[in-house]
Design a protein around this ligand. Structure first.
Ligand code: AMP
Length: 122
């Protein structure tokens, strides 16, 4: 599977589609999810053509990866999530129902998020 430069997050990065921005630097853009699944639900996306956690972690430079993950940490500070805690999730591929083929972290917070994933799957 090759990277589709017309995916919705690529279009947000190019400024073709608006977003509700939380943070931006040279490595990453963070914005509120359009359909929040928690009181705080922010997406952090790299400024590069990566489909998922898989190719990002394999192909991105160490400097870029560090910059990206530090940007995600900056988001948690900007939003004051340290006290209550938060969850970071990266859907990868079909079984995880990844909808947008541009790597992204979900940051969830603002309530008791429960334990991991839905029970009864195994
Ligand atoms: P995933 O299933 O991990 O690929 O998640 C994709 C996420 O992108 C979903 O939570 C969507 O609600 C969110 N999303 C899709 N389009 C937009 C958009 N234009 N702005 C913000 N979030 C979006």
């Amino acid at each position: 599977m090759s990277y589709d430069p017309n995916n919705i997050f690529a279009r947000i990065l190019r400024g073709e589609i608006p977003c509700n921005k939380v943070y931006e630097d040279e490595y990453a853009l963070a914005f509120h999810d359009i359909a929040p699944q928690a009181p705080v639900h922010v997406l952090v996306i790299p400024k590069g053509e990566y489909i998922s956690f898989d190719d990002f972690s394999r192909d991105a430079t160490a400097e870029f990866m560090a910059g990206f993950y530090r940007a995600a940490q900056q988001v948690t500070e900007i939003l004051g999530l340290q006290a209550g805690g938060y969850r970071i999730l990266a859907n990868t591929g079909a079984d995880a129902h990844q909808e947008v083929a541009h790597f992204h972290l979900h940051i969830f917070a603002g309530c008791d998020l429960g334990r991991m994933i839905k029970s009864g799957l195994v």
